[in-house]
Design a protein. Structure first.
Ligand code: ZN
Length: 198
């Protein structure tokens, strides 16, 4: 974490998996909280869990900037987004590859971030699903047309070639796992920064 911070990463993306919403278990709030104060990077929490409302409060720390929940996991997504905002955290809404952008229509104005999943969530190291590019473009058009202040985040299969694709389509927050953490972390982050600047 220190290595990527020193190399210039902006956020630490926290992938929380519960073994129900996704077929894998990662870690929970206790592990995340143990990182508090060990980095200056804000936490960008991605809850891949059932009943997120029940756990949102556990992930609120002074370092938590975003909490993103899945549209598919929330029965009352508007209420959940308001709940996150009421805790002084920026709310995000994620959609899986099989969920259309239209599912976000009535929550766009209330969210600070939309996360387009470009793999089926649950495991690292998966390949980018090309159909997601169209979804990023579609979302970007709506955000521009309605003049909304919403970040477009992409998570899954980001590497040298897909990074350009998703940025061209309109994404401005990129999540990278394997691409950063395999090999030399600092030079990986620097290479990504250079690509973004170019
Ligand atoms: Zn994630």
């Amino acid at each position: 974490m220190k290595q990527i911070e020193n190399a210039g990463a902006h956020l630490i993306h926290v992938d929380v998996m519960d073994g129900h919403f996704v077929p894998n278990i990662s870690y929970g709030a206790t592990v995340m909280k143990s990182l508090c104060g060990r980095t200056q990077m804000p936490f960008d929490v991605h809850l891949m869990i059932e009943n997120p409302d029940q756990y949102i409060g556990d992930f609120v720390t002074e370092q938590t900037e975003y909490i993103t929940v899945h549209q598919e996991a929330c029965r009352h997504i508007n209420r959940t987004v308001q709940h996150i905002r009421s805790m002084d955290v920026k709310p995000g809404v994620a959609i899986n590859p099989g969920t259309p952008v239209s599912a976000l229509e009535y929550v766009l104005e209330d969210a600070d971030l939309i996360l387009i999943m470009s793999v089926n969530p649950g495991f690292g190291g998966q390949k980018y699903i090309p159909e997601c590019t169209e979804k990023i473009q579609e979302l970007k058009e709506i955000i521009d047309k309605e003049e909304l202040d919403v970040d477009i985040q992409v998570d899954g299969g980001i590497n040298d070639s897909t990074l350009e694709t998703v940025m061209d389509a309109g994404a401005n927050l990129l999540v990278a796992g394997s691409y950063v953490f395999n090999g030399d972390l600092a030079s990986n982050v620097q290479r990504i920064q250079e690509k973004i600047e170019n």
